[in-house]
Design a protein around this ligand. Structure first.
Ligand code: SF4
Length: 417
């Protein structure tokens, strides 16, 4: 039995003496047990969910309990959720209900969590090797000195200034890797975008909630890009450079610039992987970048069903069909293709979603599915995307099924060179 957790306004965390912890997917409330949870991984956070009341599970009556009155004098109890580090995929949302008039939650990937003997357990699966994204390997005391050194190495390079800001203010891991000179490092280039995703983390037109980071407000020069990219690929440990970061719009809006930079970088060094994270709507732009020497691409997708895709990504001048065309084109150029599947229990684990995803992967020739816990308030999302009513198969079954198709499953981009 995993105990239900909740918190009071002052942030004090409590374990319920009687009720079991519960998770949520679609119209189902599920008790958390040792079978459908894992120990909370290092680097995870526990969060009080403002405006959300906890939902527990009554073991004896085998049903959910929604109206929990416990602590004398404390009129409000708040639900608690976990935020998982990379390498882990959430399988259930926290058991919660929104207080009336509650505003949308900030953009995080909320996960069901419970407790036993003082230890926390989350409804999640380990789906990739998490070593490189372990928060304990970042934000250390050497970072400011490393930033100073890079600024001295590339005086006046605005990208270095921008990534220093992202590293110190947003604690962005791919920005920091430029300064740690290792693994996947981000090169943002685009202030603009050709879509308006509901959960966009760099610009929130929907007024849903504040975007966690500000979008880059300049287009770097070819030299600024080539300087940083060449240095990282030539000297970095297991290096990857990635266009398309959380602090920018759609990188293919700057396809000619990226193509010219990639060509020049490849003249400088054959080492490492050049990747782009994109919505892949701009097929012509992608063609230029592939011909310039791109190695891998990661395409963001919440659903392979057009109606759901459009309601979330709100593409301005492209369709899901264009996205599929872009993936086929990348494959024709020998580029390794991953989907950045935005995972949310209650939608992704529906039978019709799984079927559409499988045929999309098959038709387009996708190599890998990267599972991304979608950072959004589930209530807000489910009010906006068309209601899904197909059978719930559960996230674990979906992952097993995808694995059986032979496709690679993981959570982030790996080297392909
Ligand atoms: S494609 Fe990326 S930058 Fe553009 S709206 Fe969507 S999440 Fe934001």
């Amino acid at each position: 039995m995993l105990k239900l957790l909740y918190a009071t306004e002052d942030g004090t965390l409590y374990e319920d003496p009687e009720l079991e912890a519960a998770g949520w997917t679609g119209n189902r409330v599920v008790p958390l047990t040792g079978k459908n949870t894992i120990p909370l991984p290092p680097g995870a956070d526990l969060m009080l969910l403002p405006g959300r009341t906890p939902v527990g599970w009554d073991v004896k009556k085998e049903k959910p309990v929604k109206d929990i009155k416990r602590l004398e004098g404390k009129d409000k109890l708040y639900a608690v959720g976990a935020i998982l580090p990379a390498g882990h995929t959430r399988t259930l949302l926290p058991g919660m209900r929104a207080y009336s008039q509650a505003g949308p939650l900030p953009l995080y990937g909320y996960t069901a969590v419970g407790a036993k003997d003082g230890e926390f357990y989350a409804a999640a699966l380990v789906t990739d090797e998490a070593y490189r994204w372990n928060p304990l390997l970042y934000n250390d005391l050497t970072l400011p000195k490393r930033i100073k050194r890079k600024k001295k190495e590339f005086p006046g390079n605005r990208l270095v200034e921008h990534l220093a800001h992202c590293s110190l203010d947003y604690h962005c891991l791919t920005a920091q890797n430029i300064f740690y000179e290792r693994w996947e490092a981000g090169i943002p280039v685009s202030p603009g975008c050709n879509a308006e995703c509901l959960g966009c983390i760099s610009l929130q037109p929907s007024g849903c909630c504040a975007s966690p980071q500000q979008r880059i407000d300049f287009v770097p020069s070819q030299d600024e890009i080539v300087q940083l990219a060449t240095a990282h690929l030539e000297h970095g440990a297991e290096p990857i450079i990635s266009f398309g970061q959380g602090c920018e719009g759609e990188p293919l809006m700057q396809a000619p610039l990226i193509a010219a930079a990639v060509k020049e970088v490849r003249k400088n060094t054959p080492r490492g992987t050049i990747n782009i994270n994109t919505n892949a709507g701009a097929t012509e732009g992608l063609k230029q970048v592939c011909e310039a020497g791109l190695d891998s691409i990661r395409v963001s997708l919440i659903s392979a069903r057009e109606e759901v895709y459009n309601s979330y990504h709100r593409p301005r001048d492209f369709t899901l069909g264009d996205v599929k065309k872009s993936i086929k084109l990348a494959k024709e150029h020998g580029v390794y293709v991953s989907l950045n599947l935005l995972v949310i229990p209650g939608l992704t684990d529906r039978e019709e979603e799984a079927a559409a995803l499988e045929s999309f992967i098959d038709e387009a020739g996708v190599d890998m599915v990267q599972l991304r816990n979608l950072n959004i308030d589930p209530y807000y999302l489910f009010q906006t995307v068309p209601p899904a009513d197909g059978k719930l198969i559960g996230i674990p079954a979906l992952i097993d099924h995808l694995r059986q198709t032979g496709i690679r499953i993981g959570n982030y981009t790996h080297e392909v060179r």
